[in-house]
Write a protein that binds this ligand. Structure first.
Ligand code: F0G
Length: 361
């Protein structure tokens, strides 16, 4: 039996690659080190010889990749003496901000679009004790308000325009490279504000420039059709999609993401809400992996590009699953309406036995 040192989060693990001092007080919940799961069933169902891995970021402490960036943003805010943090959010950033603020003993203010964030995320922000400010507007309006109010009140912005967020998030690329020993051919990722695609590219390039690996992936960013400014080539004023996490029309990392697109020779594309939900269900029912709708956008797009041959046979593909399925139970349950998965019977042996025998496959 060999004992492993206790995993204490990504700042400790990648201390040498992050802007941290020896005496910095680290605010961590053990984030990072998420599983890279090889899909067993979906590739053969596509009838293509491809190797697909999913990076299950839903297994971070608050259930999304935001924890990678938030541990850094809150650590640095506290180091700089800040007593309060603020963000606009479609849900996951607010959940992470609330949790890390609680851990650090500072106040979190979160602006969310009224009625448009998934239930689990709202529960998280509230139970961790954030001040939740619902606005009668969308994420993009909330983001502008956050920028404006931070000029007038002593609060640190922890949205991805905070450069420490991207520093933390780049570690996901490090983990992938360490496990695969080389870059995948394609990295497929859902895009909202485009912070995460930018952060991944930073991580890939850093290991490449330091000679740790000698390959780079093509970065492929997928958006929901109703919220696809990168496909339209301009900002979208009234974004709409079932994937509320990426219901964003004015991405904050617009220029940076176009640079990623160009440098990595990747592309952007869009997926309809139907394609997104179908991919979410396929992943849960065929692979046992439950991600939230926005996360399934990466697989939805990848499957389409694999089928069409744009992603060639023989490719190794990583799809980021950005958030856990439990974040949005309402959409999951709605997806199953009309299925015969739930049966109500009398509490008798006879009825239960019948329910089983009738449904054996
Ligand atoms: N997937 C999920 C589950 C998200 O929550 C987000 C962003 C994205 C993808 C897109 O990442 O913005 O870096 O391109 N959520 C933010 C939030 C906006 O407020 O939680 P991005």
């Amino acid at each position: 039996m060999t004992f492993r040192p206790r995993y204490t989060g990504l700042i400790d693990r990648y201390r040498d690659r992050l802007p941290i001092h020896d005496d910095t007080r680290i605010i961590s919940l053990g984030e990072g080190n998420t599983p890279l799961i090889r899909l067993n069933n979906i590739p053969s169902q596509l009838g293509k010889d491809v190797d697909i891995y999913v990076k299950y970021e839903g297994l971070n402490p608050t259930g999304s990749f935001k924890d990678r960036g938030m541990c850094m943003a809150v650590t640095k805010a506290v180091e700089e003496g800040s007593k309060a943090i603020i963000c606009a959010s479609t849900g996951n950033t607010s959940a992470a901000a609330a949790a890390y603020a609680a851990r650090a003993g500072v106040t979190a203010f979160v602006l969310i679009p009224e009625g448009k964030i998934a239930l689990g995320k709202l529960a998280q922000a509230m139970i961790h004790g954030a001040v939740v400010i619902q606005i009668k507007g969308n994420f993009d309006e909330g983001m502008q308000l956050v920028k404006d109010v931070a000029e007038e009140a002593p609060v640190t912005i922890v949205n991805s325009i905070n450069p420490f967020r991207l520093q933390g998030q780049k570690t996901a690329a490090f983990e992938i490279l360490e496990e695969l020993g080389a870059a995948p051919d394609y990295h497929c990722i859902p895009v909202g504000n485009a912070g995460n695609i930018t952060a991944h590219w930073m991580g890939y390039k850093e290991y490449h420039e330091h000679g740790i690996v000698n390959s780079l992936p093509k970065m492929v960013g997928y958006q929901a059709s109703g919220a696809a400014p990168f496909m339209r080539g301009e900002m979208v004023d009234n974004p709409e999609t079932v994937a509320t996490a990426i219901r964003i029309g004015h991405p904050q990392s617009w220029d940076k993401a176009w640079v990623v697109n160009k440098e990595s020779q990747g592309w952007f594309d869009e997926c309809s809400d139907e394609e997104i939900l179908a991919a979410q269900k396929l992943l849960t029912s065929q692979e046992g992996i439950f991600c939230e709708p926005a996360s399934a956008t990466s697989l939805a797009g990848a499957m389409r590009d694999i089928k069409s041959g744009k992603i060639e046979e023989g490719s190794k593909i990583v799809c980021t699953l950005t958030g856990h399925g439990l974040k949005d139970p309402d959409t999951a349950i709605k997806q199953c309406e009309g299925d015969d998965g739930m049966i109500t019977v009398d509490a008798t042996l006879e009825q239960v036995k019948k329910a089983i025998l009738d449904n054996m496959s």
